[in-house]
Ligand binder design. Structure first.
Ligand SMILES: [Zn+2]
Length: 255
């Protein structure tokens, strides 16, 4: 592993910490990037040594030092996910796309963290996935624009159609518009041929998670149970992006 790759993984741990805090603030309808990190229970500002990813949480045994409120698992898990996504990029990013791949992973982690808390996928983050994908296409495979643009249209159009038909047939909302926007934005990355595999992974993972959740809560899964689908679309998109065969669409190499 090069020094730069190690830097990306360590940055991923910090990025995960920031994403967890930002998702919490978003869920409480506070400003995303507001001031110092505080204990979510007693509001005491945290010292730098309480903000070291994973280690601080482990050292404090998952509790605030002053009020002893449980900090919960979301912080260490999101931090580890940020590092793991960078590691996945180092291991599997298509040639010449390491930085793009890692940034994509962190954007998707932020979308997932927010969707799990609020059932919302902010337009700004979906737009960032789309814009980063467009820059990636422009710099690494400009000859393939049609395939990637078709991915955007098909990805958005497909889930938009499902959303509209479901509402018409069942008289209530099934999918959020954010899900269609996210799949469209990921279409820029995986191209038209990648949409079906993304949806397959997203559906299987989403169903598995919903079943696991209903077992844990000992409540039966109903057609009306609220399920965040965004995290699973994000997972499918990242997996299909990193698992594409080398030089499938990418012609040149640029960091
Ligand atoms: Zn506290």
């Amino acid at each position: 592993m090069t020094a730069f790759e190690l830097f990306l993984v360590l940055a991923g741990l910090l990025m995960g910490s920031g994403i967890d805090a930002a998702a919490d603030r978003f869920a409480r309808e506070e400003s995303w990037i507001a001031g110092r990190s505080r204990c979510r229970t007693c509001e005491r500002p945290l010292a730098w040594y309480e903000l070291v990813p994973v280690l601080s949480w482990a050292a404090m045994r998952g509790r605030c030092r002053s009020c002893h409120a449980a900090i919960g698992w979301s912080a260490p898990l999101t931090e580890l996910a940020g590092g793991a996504l960078a590691l996945a990029g180092v291991a599997w990013a298509p040639p010449g796309t390491l930085v793009f791949t890692v940034l994509l992973g962190w954007l998707l982690l932020a979308l997932a963290a927010i969707d799990l808390r609020t059932y919302l996928l902010p337009d700004s983050l979906n737009a960032a996935v789309l814009a980063l994908g467009a820059v990636m296409v422009a710099l690494t495979c400009p000859a393939d624009w049609p395939v990637h643009l078709a991915g955007v249209v098909i990805g958005f159009g497909l889930l938009w159609l499902v959303e509209v038909l479901y509402r018409r047939l069942r008289g209530r909302d099934g999918l959020g518009r954010g899900d269609a926007k996210l799949l469209g934005a990921l279409g820029m990355w995986v191209g038209a041929p990648g949409i079906a595999p993304v949806l397959l992974i997203a559906s299987l993972a989403g169903i598995a998670a919903a079943l696991a959740g209903s077992v844990r809560k000992a409540a039966p899964l109903r057609a009306t149970s609220a399920i965040a689908f965004g995290p699973w679309i994000a997972l499918g998109g990242f997996v299909v992006w990193v698992m594409q065969p080398d030089d499938f669409w990418l012609s040149s190499q640029i960091y």
